[in-house]
Design a protein around this ligand. Structure first.
Ligand code: SAH
Length: 239
């Protein structure tokens, strides 16, 4: 169901094809952003719609930090929302930039950092594609969690992540697998039966198969190291 995926950039700079990427504003679905903006005030309520993200946060943090110790590293978190992961990575000693296109979520993220006294985290309203053009090969680690399934052209975001990472750096993705189990548990179960998530949070056709993510990563010049999964695919084994 949950799909965790890690890729590594080539050790040496690769000559990437300079095909035009999606421009800053085109690769976004305003309805998707609106869904998150409407809930923005609840990002840090662990009992809210964002509960699943709070629950998986320690696991994904340990997955990343276990593979690439974060202290002192330059990290960008793409589609950071209220900063649940960005904040936690900064607390591990990374210098984190969280980016998103939902203004309200970024404000909540900033406020949280202020209130919690988190050092080393900044937030900015900019698309992955624009930041990649502005700051290519600047980040040791790029994270992009639970975001690809909300954009019209996820391959373009994968490519932007590949452009932002330094040669030899790491890119982490997580998303939902497009299979019957996700349909049953993540959509029917979570949205319609248990009311854990608002109806319409995930659209089945937008979920992503591991083979698709692998292909996009390879096309972007990344070496795919994942997915890592237990039987249920929720957990990773980053060996
Ligand atoms: N990565 C965070 C939040 C996941 S929710 C976490 O795992 O805790 C998905 C996020 O993607 C939302 O914050 C939403 O605003 C953001 N998003 C959706 N489309 C986007 C786009 N085109 N560019 C940047 N962020 C986007």
């Amino acid at each position: 169901m949950g799909l965790f995926f890690v890729c590594r950039s080539e050790q040496w700079p690769v000559q990437r094809q300079s095909e035009p990427m999606n421009t800053s504003t085109s690769n976004v679905d305003p309805a998707e952003l609106a869904k998150f903006s409407d809930l923005a005030h609840r990002w840090w309520d662990p009992e809210s719609e964002f509960r699943p993200l709070h629950q998986i946060n320690p696991l994904r943090l340990e997955w990343i930090h276990g593979l690439v110790p974060l202290t002192g590293l330059n990290v960008v978190d793409v589609g950071c929302g209220g900063g649940i992961l960005a904040d936690a990575m900064a607390r591990k000693g990374a210098k984190v930039l969280g980016i998103d296109l939902a203004t309200k979520s970024l404000k909540v993220a900033q406020l949280h950092a202020l209130e919690a006294g988190t050092q080393g985290v900044q937030y900015r309203e900019v698309s992955a594609e624009t930041l990649a053009a502005e700051q290519p090969a600047q980040f040791d680690v790029v994270t992009c969690m639970e975001m690809l399934e909300h954009v019209p052209d996820p391959a373009s975001v994968v490519k932007a992540c590949a452009q932002m990472v330094k040669p030899g750096g790491w890119v982490f993705f997580s998303t939902l697998n497009r299979n019957p189990k996700s349909f049953l548990f993540a959509i029917v179960g979570a949205e319609y039966i248990l009311n854990l998530l608002p109806k319409g949070t995930h659209e089945f056709a937008r979920l992503i198969k591991p083979s698709e993510l692998t292909a996009w990563a390879r096309e972007a010049g990344l070496n795919a190291h994942g997915p890592y999964g237990r039987k249920d695919g929720q957990i990773f084994d980053p060996v």
